[in-house]
Design a protein around this ligand. Structure first.
Ligand code: CA
Length: 184
């Protein structure tokens, strides 16, 4: 009898602990899939990948590689090996940073496509609408695979613009203003 009671108690206790863990997991998953880790200043810490190949968009609360690797990339040809793409064969067009000076401190958005950019300044790829959590947020960027980046104040590549240039530690009047991006 006593043993049976203990067993039932043990099971209900285990179920309660499991419930807490499941609840915690759901909370974490919600954070990762949504706007990320919320900060007191209203920003969030997101490390995101958007692939124009299939529109796939994922974020995590951590960098996908050591920060030192991310900020010291110099050879454009090395980018595809250093950055994991959502779709096989996708190429990194640019990394858009929340913080100025290409700092990863507050998150970044990596934009991939089926191919890179050519050597002329015509537009090769465009992102007409920023993915969730990235509207009015970009403060610096780095292009890869011959891509120069142009930020637009409004969606659909309209309004004031900054660029196209290959790399920017600040984006002037479009700081925390960009709502669409083109790649040239
Ligand atoms: Ca920002």
């Amino acid at each position: 009898m006593h043993a049976g009671i203990r067993t039932r108690l043990g099971r209900s206790l285990a179920a309660a602990v499991l419930g807490v863990l499941v609840g915690l997991g759901a909370g974490l998953a919600g954070g990762v899939g949504g706007v990320g880790v919320a900060h007191a200043d209203g920003t969030s810490e997101d490390f995101c990948t958007l692939d124009l190949t299939d529109g796939s968009y994922t974020c995590s609360g951590q960098t996908s590689e050591p920060v030192t690797t991310a900020v010291t990339v110099s050879a454009q040809l090395a980018a595809p090996q250093l950055f994991a793409a959502a779709s096989p064969g996708s190429v990194l067009l640019a990394r858009l940073y929340d913080a100025p000076n290409r700092s990863t401190a507050s998150g970044y958005l990596d934009v991939f496509a089926p191919g890179g950019c050519d050597w002329s300044m015509d537009m090769d790829w465009s992102l007409g609408t920023m993915p969730s959590g990235w509207n009015d947020r970009v403060s610096s960027f780095q292009g890869f695979n011959h891509c120069a980046v142009k930020l637009w104040q409004n969606g659909g590549l309209t309004g004031s613009a900054y660029g196209p240039i290959y790399s920017a530690n600040g984006v002037g009047g479009l700081d925390n203003q960009a709502s669409s991006v083109s790649f040239h």
